[in-house]
Write a protein that binds this ligand. Structure first.
Ligand code: EPU
Length: 417
């Protein structure tokens, strides 16, 4: 297990460029299975989840060529529709293969997906929707054997908007007979990115990015091409870091609209930034004041930025209330922040954070991906040295993190023990 060693307290200046979105690419790669044509995906981030998906693609018989942020995929030789558990348990997004294998081959053999342990993370919306579309599902100890004589479009309603279920139903609807209408669909930008990719292959999809998506089935698909949107969570994490340590720190390659909720909350706290084109330029503020932050679905404040934001709140004067509403287990990083000197009391999914407190470097753990981001922000602002263990989690979602941060003046390095 690798560790990240951070010597904190350094001002950061220069430019950090944002890579392609993890939560887009992890759906785009499986979605490509729908076509036997050639696919090109640009702006692919170099994160470990991408490499895990390439392994699965190779297992299925797909040919993937990935170099310099470009991925070329040739699925003409795909023969296999079974994915072993050792692959699926590496990441949540493995369950997008359920949708694309069903869509293309009308069968899929695949285990329950892995991913960060941040709550129960059921997949009932996806499974129920598949059944409504004509799929029969046999479950044995977390392994799903799925098959359908034919897929029929239908109307689907989600109790709460789910990113994964929305993408799964959209993918499955593309080659189904008739129209699939998804009501109370999730509206995250990654869903629009996936829809654009499918449309480039010849899919008929309307309404992606709104609460109602309509997919009209087509007979077959051709070549596909797409550019991965900038990662709004990577961008948000560096923006938070810039608000605490920036000296003209430029976070470039962002889509302002995608991080609006974060920018509003930072402004409310008194953060010092300006938007210049597709960049945010940040300077450390002399005084930050307490604010309340509640995570919710897009375009609300993203759950994936909640943990790094809670570190930011330790630097705000007064009592901030942070509330997580999507997952039941996304406060596991709080004891680690407390061990660094933060004053935080938790009640259920709420944390009351009293600041501003000086944080002190110590040994902490990345309990999941975004908990790792929270520890990273804490280590960068703390005095002394912070050692973060279980750093593999962080590498699933942040590309070239050491180079990017050291390039603007941070002092961080990996160690193997
Ligand atoms: N839900 C159900 N049943 C379902 C599906 C979801 O009850 O069948 C509930 C979940 O328990 C949760 C809520 O619906 O309370 C939303 O979950 P969603 O399905 O939207 O999450 P996801 O698709 O599993 C993706 C991202 C997460 C991100 C969430 C919310 C990927 C691979 N993962 O997860 O990203 O937190 O959407 O935006 O796209 C991360 O990047 O750190 C991460 C965890």
């Amino acid at each position: 297990m690798k560790k990240l060693i951070i010597k904190g307290g350094r001002e950061l200046s220069g430019e950090i460029h944002i890579g392609g979105a993890k939560n887009s690419i992890v759906a785009l790669i499986p979605a490509s299975i729908l076509t036997s044509g050639k696919c090109v995906i640009k702006n692919v981030p170099d994160i470990s989840d991408v490499h895990a998906l390439i392994e699965i693609m190779n297992e299925l018989g797909s040919k993937v060529n990935y170099h310099d942020e470009i991925m070329e995929i040739d699925n003409s030789q795909v023969k296999n529709t079974l994915i072993a558990e050792e692959y699926t348990n590496k990441l949540r997004a493995s369950y997008y293969f359920m949708a694309s294998l069903l869509g293309k081959y009308k069968k899929a053999d695949i285990s329950y997906p892995g991913g960060c342990i941040i709550g129960s993370r059921p997949i009932d919306f996806t499974l129920n929707s598949f059944e409504k579309m004509g799929v029969s599902i046999k479950e044995t100890h977390g392994h799903y054997s799925m098959k359908a004589k034919k897929l029929e479009g239908t109307e689907i309603f989600f109790d709460v908007p789910s990113v994964g279920a929305t993408i799964n139903c959209m993918i499955t609807g593309v080659l189904a007979k008739g129209t699939t209408r998804i009501l109370n669909a999730a509206r995250e930008p990654e869903i629009v990115n996936v829809a654009d990719f499918l449309i480039s292959m010849g899919a008929k999809i309307k309404g992606a990015g709104t609460g109602t998506i309509e997919v009209t089935g087509v007979e077959s698909l051709g070549d596909g091409e797409v550019t991965v949107i900038p990662d709004r969570i990577e961008a948000g994490t560096y923006v938070i870091i810039g608000a605490l340590l920036g000296k003209n720190l430029k976070v470039s390659g962002i889509v302002e609209e995608h991080i609006k909720s974060l920018l509003y909350k930072l402004k409310e706290a008194g953060a010092n930034y300006k938007i210049v084109g597709n960049s945010v330029v940040l300077n450390k503020s002399k005084h930050l004041k307490a604010i309340n932050v509640k995570t919710t679905v897009y375009p609300g404040f993203p759950t994936d930025l909640g943990q790094p934001m809670s570190t930011f709140l330790t630097q705000c004067e007064g009592e901030s209330i942070f509330e997580e509403t999507i997952y039941e287990n996304r406060l596991r990083h709080i004891p680690h922040l407390v061990s660094m000197g933060a004053h935080i009391n938790t009640f259920d999914k709420k944390a009351v954070i009293t600041g501003a407190t000086k944080l002190h470097g110590t040994r902490v753990k990345a309990t999941d991906l975004r908990a790792g981001a929270s520890m990273l922000v804490a280590g960068l602002i703390a005095d002394r040295v912070t050692s973060i263990s279980n750093i593999e989690h962080l590498l699933r979602g942040y590309e070239r993190i050491v180079d990017k941060l050291n390039g603007v003046g941070a002092s961080i390095q990996f160690t193997d023990n």
